[in-house]
Ligand binder design. Structure first.
Ligand SMILES: [Zn+2]
Length: 359
C-alpha cells in the first residue's frame, strides 16, 4: 500500500461532503444521497465501490477521486447491488470496468426507458435534482461473478463476495489486509432495512458471514463507518419481522392484514424523520410482503414434511424452527433452506427492477 498515505477523518464542509480517509488509501463519502461510495487506491489504479445517484454529487465524487488519481486509471467500479442508489452513477466514472454480481447484470438489463422515467418522477418534489436527471445512461456491469472474485492490484487485495439477503445480487468488498468490509445494503444502522427484494433467512446468514470475516470496520451502504457489532441490531429487526409475520400467518391472517397490522409496530423499531414517514411505511410494507411469502413457503414446506397436509398449520403444530438465538450457529441445514430467492423480475416480467429504493 502506498506509504505516502496518512490516515485522517476529514468531515465535509463543502455541502457536498469531503472524502474521509478511513485507512491509508481507503476513502468514503457519507454526504451523498443513495449510498456511501468508497474507493481504494492501489499503485496501479483505483477501485471504486458504488456510485452516487444524484449527478451533481456523482460529478463531485469524481472530482474528489481525481485528486487521488495522480495519473492512475480507474480500474473498476464495483456495484454492491443493482439499486439506483448504488449503480445509477456509473456513467460518471467512465472509462472504467464495471463489475457486479451476475444477478445485478440481469436486473440492470431490465432498466428500460420506463425505469428512467420512474427515477425522474420520483424526484418530482425536488426539481433541482430532476433537472439533473434528464440524461440517465445505464452502464451495465462489464464483468460479472457468481460466488466471489478477487481484485489484486498494486499491493492491494479486494475480494468481492456474494452474500445475497438484501437482494439476489448483493455482494460485499472485503479488504483482508486492512480488515475493512464494504457491506452495501446488508447493513443498516438505526434505519429500517429495505427488504422489498430480500430473502430474510439468507440475510441473517449474510450478517453472520460478515461477522465471521474478522473485520475491524464496516462501511454500510448508507451512513458512516461502523463495527461488526452493528450487525446485531439489523439481525434482531429481521428476526422480529419474521416472527411477527409468522404469528400473523399462523393465526390465519392474509398478507394484506399482516401488512396493515404490523406496519405500526415495525415503524417504532427505528427512528423515522417525519418527512420520510410515508416512504418508510411503504418500504416496511413491501418488506412484510416479501417476508410473508417466505414464511408461507416455510410453513407449507414444514406442513408437507409433517405429512399432515394441513394448510395453514394449526398454531400448536410442531413446525420447522428457524428462529434461533442471536449467538447460535445460524447456518440452516440444507434440507430446511427455503427455495432460492426469486426476484419479482422473474415473477412478473421485469417490473421489480423499477421498484427499488428511492434513497
Ligand atoms: Zn440496495
Amino acid at each position: 500500500m502506498p506509504a505516502r498515505r496518512r490516515a485522517s477523518f476529514r468531515i465535509g464542509v463543502t455541502g457536498l461532503g469531503e472524502r474521509q480517509e478511513i485507512a491509508p488509501g481507503v476513502f468514503i463519502n457519507t454526504a451523498y444521497r443513495g449510498c456511501t461510495p468508497g474507493f481504494v487506491v492501489t499503485d496501479e489504479g483505483l477501485i471504486l465501490i458504488d456510485t452516487p445517484l444524484i449527478p451533481k454529487q456523482a460529478k463531485d465524487w469524481r472530482k474528489q477521486i481525481e485528486a487521488e488519481l495522480q495519473g492512475l486509471p480507474l480500474l473498476y467500479v464495483f456495484n454492491t447491488d443493482h439499486h439506483r442508489g448504488h449503480a445509477l452513477g456509473n456513467q460518471y466514472f467512465l472509462p472504467t470496468t464495471v463489475i457486479a454480481h451476475e444477478r445485478a447484470f440481469k436486473e440492470m438489463s431490465g432498466y428500460t426507458e420506463n425505469f428512467k422515467e420512474r427515477v425522474y418522477n420520483s424526484f418530482k418534489r425536488e426539481p433541482d435534482i430532476q433537472e439533473q436527471l434528464t440524461e440517465i445512461e445505464i452502464i451495465l456491469p462489464d464483468v460479472t461473478f457468481t460466488d466471489s472474485a478477487r481484485l489484486q492490484y498494486g499491493g492491494r487485495e479486494v475480494k468481492l463476495i456474494y452474500v445475497g439477503g438484501h437482494t439476489p445480487a448483493t455482494s460485499i468488498a472485503w479488504l483482508p489486509k486492512e480488515k475493512i468490509a464494504f457491506v452495501g445494503d446488508i447493513l443498516w444502522v438505526d434505519q429500517h432495512p429495505y427488504m422489498a427484494q430480500a430473502d430474510s433467512l439468507e440475510w441473517i446468514e449474510a450478517l453472520r458471514r460478515i461477522r465471521s470475516l474478522g473485520a475491524e470496520m464496516l462501511v454500510p451502504g448508507h451512513g458512516p463507518v461502523c463495527s461488526p457489532d452493528d450487525t446485531e441490531k439489523v439481525e434482531e429487526y429481521i428476526r422480529y419481522k419474521r416472527q411477527r409475520v409468522r404469528d400473523y400467518y399462523r393465526s390465519g391472517k392474509t398478507k394484506n392484514e399482516a401488512k396493515s397490522g404490523l406496519v405500526g409496530e415495525m415503524l417504532e423499531l427505528f427512528p423515522v424523520p417525519l418527512d420520510r414517514k410515508a416512504k418508510i411505511e411503504s418500504q416496511i410494507k413491501s418488506g412484510i410482503n416479501r417476508v410473508y411469502r417466505e414464511i408461507q413457503r416455510e410453513e407449507e414446506l414444514a406442513s408437507a414434511e409433517l405429512g399432515n397436509g394441513a394448510f395453514p398449520p394449526p398454531i400448536s403444530a410442531p413446525v420447522l424452527v428457524r428462529e434461533q438465538p442471536a449467538d447460535a450457529n445460524l447456518v440452516p441445514s440444507p434440507e430446511t433452506l427455503p427455495a432460492p430467492p426469486i426476484s419479482k423480475s422473474e415473477q412478473n416480467g421485469g417490473r421489480e427492477v423499477e421498484q427499488e429504493a428511492k434513497l
